[in-house]
Design a protein around this ligand. Structure first.
Ligand code: KIV
Length: 265
């Protein structure tokens, strides 16, 4: 286990609540690390919040590589985890291993994240362990499975579904995952999962019993002000700040107020 992965897991084991946020570029990566987060996730949510897609399904390996490398440049010493996008790790073990390994090699990220807790994914996670590639799991609502799972539906509401999630979490730990994202899961079920494994659980819409939490940065900052899930708490209203700053700038340009003597060459 690399030093950064080991520190993250150790903090969770000693009871620290882990704060994770997404970032997609060097500028915000630097800022969130200066703010003291425990890990930066280069999520394929970049497809929604940066690229403007409706889903994460169109996101490509090349796009993730670009964003992860930018995050690493902005945060050279941070613990950086990068999402492997749709179609990149379920088309044969050898391809999955090569793609995950190259992602680490090309971007300098510390770990990859794979969605799902089924046999295909756990087999890949175990084989990545042999290659010394750390993996974060992700169960519950998994946006890459949108075509079969639907969108935004809480997972694990029935006793059978809840048992399946607990079993999936155990399989992920047994396969060697160092942590698991729990997305849109009833808090009691997330609590059961957290007690059933010894690795950190990182919740998003899964209540307070998880070891830590993750939020999508533009949502947390109130930059993405058109997305209103119940679990989201906005810690700023940057969309308003951006609109009013740019409105003021455009107004000053039009009135010939900017640039003035103070802001010359
Ligand atoms: O893509 C992403 O940002 C994620 C988080 C929501 C966990 O997977």
């Amino acid at each position: 286990m690399s030093q950064r992965v080991a520190e993250f897991v150790a903090k969770g084991r000693r009871g620290d609540r882990l704060a994770v946020v997404t970032a997609y570029d060097a500028l915000f990566a630097r800022l969130v690390v200066e703010a003291g987060v425990d890990a930066v996730l280069v999520g394929d949510s970049v497809g929604n919040v940066v690229a403007g897609y409706d889903t994460t399904i169109p996101v490509t390996l090349g796009q993730m590589r670009y964003h992860a490398a930018a995050v690493r440049r902005g945060a050279p010493d941070a613990f950086v985890i990068v999402d492997m996008p749709f179609l990149t790790y379920r088309m044969g073990l050898a391809r999955a291993l090569r793609r995950c390994g190259r992602m680490i090699q090309d971007t300098g990220a510390d770990a990859v994240k794979l969605e799902g807790g089924d046999a295909a994914v756990t087999r890949t996670i175990a084989a990545l362990g042999d290659l010394r590639v750390p993996v974060m799991g992700h169960i519950g609502h998994t946006p890459q499975a949108r075509l079969v799972q639907g969108w935004g539906r809480v997972q694990g509401r029935t006793p059978a579904e809840a048992d399946r999630l607990v079993a999936a979490a155990r399989r992920l730990e047994d396969a060697g995952a160092f942590a698991i994202v729990l997305e849109l899961i009833p808090p009691a079920v997330a609590g059961r999962i957290t007690s059933a494994v010894t690795i950190p659980t990182i919740g998003i819409g899964a209540g307070p019993a998880c070891t830590g939490q993750v939020l999508v940065l533009p949502d947390l900052l109130g930059l993405n002000d058109t997305f209103h899930p119940r679990f989201l708490k906005r810690y700023a209203a940057l969309a308003d700040t951006v609109r009013s700053a740019v409105r003021a700038y455009a107004d000053e340009v039009r009135r010939g107020v900017y640039p003035d003597a103070e802001h010359g060459p």
